[in-house]
Design a protein around this ligand. Sequence first.
Ligand code: NAG
Ligand code: NAG
Ligand code: NAG
Length: 613
Amino acid sequence: MEGKMTPFKALFAAATLINLATASQPGAARPVAAPMRNLQWGQINFLHTTDTHGWHGGHLQESQYSADWGDYVSLAEHLRRRADAEGRDLLLVDTGDRVEGNGLYDASSPKGRYYYDIFREQAIDIICTGNHELYQAPTADGEFQRTVPNFQGKYIASNLDYIEPESGKRVPMAQRYKRFRTKNQNLDIVAFGFLFDFTGNANNTVVQPVRDTIKEPWFQEAIREQPDLFVVIGHVGARMQEFKDIFQAIRRQNWFTPIAFFCGHVHVRDAAQYDAKALALGSGRYFESIGWMSIDGISKSKDMATSASVSFQRRYLDNNLLGFYHHTGLNSSTFPTERGRKVSKMIADARAALDLDHIYGCAPKDLWMTRTPYPGPDSIYSWLENEVLPDVVVNEERKHIPRLGIINTGTIRFDIFKGPFTKDTTYIVSPFLSGLKYIPDVPYKVAKKVIKILNNGGPILSSPDVANPRFMAIPEQITPREPPVQPAPEAVFDVLPDQDGGQKALGDPDRQPALVAGYTTKDDLGSDGDDAVHSPLNFYNVPNCIQAEIGFPADAEPETVDLVFLDFIQPWLILALKFSGGDYREEDTVPYLNGTLTELMVGWIKENWKIHC
Ligand SMILES: *[C@@H]1O[C@H](CO)[C@@H](O)[C@H](O)[C@H]1NC(C)=O
Ligand SMILES: *[C@@H]1O[C@H](CO)[C@@H](O)[C@H](O)[C@H]1NC(C)=O
Ligand SMILES: *[C@@H]1O[C@H](CO)[C@@H](O)[C@H](O)[C@H]1NC(C)=O
């Protein structure tokens, strides 16, 4: 048998080849095949990313989302080529929150040292700003000085100004809107780029409330243009009032013109049908998803009768190499483009330079934000409340005083998976710079009511002085969610990509893989939006805030406590104290500990999760 390859050996050789040729990041989980639904190509087609939060290296620990930004560059190149060949148009959209939430952005000093050059490699046609680009003044500077010029002519800021540091002059962050024609069909498009009515920005930007922007003369003129299609992109959830207001303003002037909305901020896959000729698409979060929208029946004649049959379709692509092979008909050796490979290498080099795989400790089990009930043994919030906060909320000078430690659930951004907790994981789980403050010696009968008001006091806390209390919770909960749907028993999908991208017909029961858990989206168009068919994940709501009681006497209630809290929630906390009968002001709050909550949590992990993985 010497020299002759057995079938087994041949298979093994092929698999090894694939490993070498696969792009994505070194060490990333291998994608797993799933039954697939195809892309529905239309006259004009869009690829949409949003809320990528620095995850441009992909999800190294999750096989279903382990492609990287370089793979997306390759995907877009192939799909553009197909659009060109077939005389269709393809546009790429990104709706903000590109930064904060992953070591690739947050771990460098200054932040984003590698991110700007990586992100710009994707040829995005319409792009706008999210709130995360604006919390910290240097982030907004970076946006204005780097991302805006990187996407010159593509970047739109309909309701956002920047204040130049030297002159103090207030200028538009970018053009207010743009009118352009598509490459292949010469479609006439008017596009806008909005941010929701965000108030937490640093003082070097100014966000104009949307209800005011739509009264501006430039906007009123723009919506009186007679394009073939309006494209409204925004860091705004599909079911948030800001987009409804824009929709109504446009419709008052244009009863029939189709409008495509691209949404962000709320981190969900969602499509909202505003009317028969307007669809709003939300494309998830953290570069797990790439949204697809296609439109047919766009009329260039402005003849209302012929534009009567506009139709919209949508697809949510998992950020998954096998899915990308499927949608392009390519495989591991033909899929990566030169530019895509270059970008994957830029990311790998940056991850190595930042030492993102450096291990701080080893998580003994999975800890979930919303996949298990809170409180509960596998809840990340119960872990914080019962294990972490009692150990870290300790000020040496006041450690004998009982205290309440209150943090908001939104400060946690991602699950912790069993296994290595790395430098990268740190920024993934909590990228924020918030620290702990306190109010000393608050009567316990006042302090103990605060958590209830923070969590249930929506109406009570709806004061003009503070933002919506829901902003303390996780973004995924800002708009109400449908429960997960079971995958349809009848296969609406038609092919099953193999590990090498070859396509196998469904129907052969031996070839049906066990479904991987993932998105099972239900939106206004139905429950067939996801490209890969998954088994559903549970989703449990979490409160706005959680609280740990620390150093309490065993037998009695304390008279007074130190009320310790994450500085992010201060405006709501002060208001909640008023409602519970405590008259405190901002001046009464003092730093409790040095360091951010994230640093305190990592310190705890280094100490308590020392075991080897
Ligand atoms: C913003 O606040 C900083 C720090 O308080 C201050 O130095 C700066 O002048 C302010 N900038 C503007 C544009 O108001
Ligand atoms: C990919 O497809 C090309 C062209 O169809 C083929 O020659 C090649 O063997 C395939 N590669 C793999 C790894 O399947
Ligand atoms: C923070 O650190 C400074 C300098 O080390 C120290 O003087 C101060 O007391 C610390 N504050 C708290 C609240 O621990």
